[in-house]
Design a protein around this ligand. Structure first.
Ligand SMILES: Cc1cc2nc3c(=O)[nH]c(=O)nc-3n(C[C@H](O)[C@H](O)[C@H](O)COP(=O)(O)OP(=O)(O)OC[C@H]3O[C@@H](n4cnc5c(N)ncnc54)[C@H](O)[C@@H]3O)c2cc1C
Length: 261
């Protein structure tokens, strides 16, 4: 796709941080929210080290934890976040010439996040993927990372069970591609037929925070809910990183009108 491109997103975030600080804002890192008290007069947000921030309104954009944060704030999420890991391979340097730009398949409208593609990275290197497999923890970046209560929460969710019943064949195909490199390679060969298993080495993985409805549907659009004094971003699928400034603008408009009394 000649008209598309990529950025170094860590640098984008760093620039945003600098601009927030230049505008008089504060960026606080390593603050794991554990408790929220949305009272009549303010919101009190307490972290794992028992520090508390008091504010008039809040925006929850906690990705994989966003439904839990909404619950902490006194709301009842209409969806549950189900974590789907996307795994990549990297092209070995001597085969990077196979991909000079970004190569995408035509998306399947029922599963827009499925379909491996090739991404020539901004600092060099070519990523191939991702697939989509159920992560065994909300932050399960590989098969070894397992969190019993996260997994139990997913497996006992009616929406997930309905989804699994409907699409078990698709899910099994994704697991097969995760566990067998040859199957992953054959998916990549639909885009670059000359690619071989020896051209690839294991790369990084990311976990999608996918909102699933009680009816077993994957929410494919942005889903933003409001509770007292708070806005909650419950589903922000790709390309939400690319579109983050536009989405942020919309949320800021809504924030202005959020009731504080
Ligand atoms: C494999 C993969 C490939 C993707 N490719 C693209 C792409 O090419 N283009 C694109 O636009 N998008 C892409 N996306 C999607 C993009 O990453 C998301 O749309 C975007 O990150 C959503 O932003 P967010 O701010 O809502 O959540 P996130 O980016 O997930 O941020 C949530 C933040 O909340 C923090 N948090 C969570 N819980 C707590 C807590 N209790 N206390 C404090 N902080 C907390 C987390 O640490 C994190 O920093 C991809 C996603 C994946 C997984």
């Amino acid at each position: 796709m000649p008209e598309t491109g990529i950025v170094n997103y860590a640098k984008v975030c760093e620039t945003m941080r600098q601009q927030i600080q230049r505008g008089g804002g504060k960026v606080i890192l390593s603050y794991q929210v554990k408790r929220i008290n949305a009272a009549a007069s303010e919101v009190a947000i307490t972290d794992s080290k028992n520090r508390t921030i008091h504010c008039g309104r809040m925006i929850n954009c906690a990705g994989l934890q966003s439904d839990r944060i909404l619950r902490m704030a006194g709301g009842r999420p209409a969806v549950k976040i189900v974590p789907f890991r996307g795994e990549y391979y990297d092209l070995v340097p001597e085969r990077e010439h196979l991909c000079r730009h970004l190569i995408y398949p035509v998306p399947d409208p029922s599963f827009p996040f499925l379909g491996v593609h090739f991404t020539r990275m901004i600092d060099g290197g070519v990523e191939c993927g991702p697939n989509a497999v159920l992560a065994l923890s909300r932050h399960g970046y590989d098969w070894r990372t397992f969190h019993a209560s996260d997994l139990f929460e997913t497996l006992r969710y009616g929406g997930f069970l309905k989804l699994a019943r409907k699409y078990w064949r698709t899910g099994a195909g994704e697991i097969h591609r995760s566990l067998r490199k040859a199957a992953f390679v054959s998916a990549l060969q639909k885009l670059i037929p000359t690619i071989r298993g020896s051209d690839l080495r294991p790369g990084r993985a990311g976990v999608r925070a996918q909102a699933v409805t009680p009816e077993g549907e994957l929410v494919d659009d942005f889903l933003i809910e409001t509770t007292d004094r708070a806005i909650h971003v419950l589903n922000a699928p790709s390309p939400a990183a690319t579109a983050s400034l536009a989405i942020g603008g919309k949320i800021a408009d809504r924030f202005e009108t959020l009731q504080t009394n």
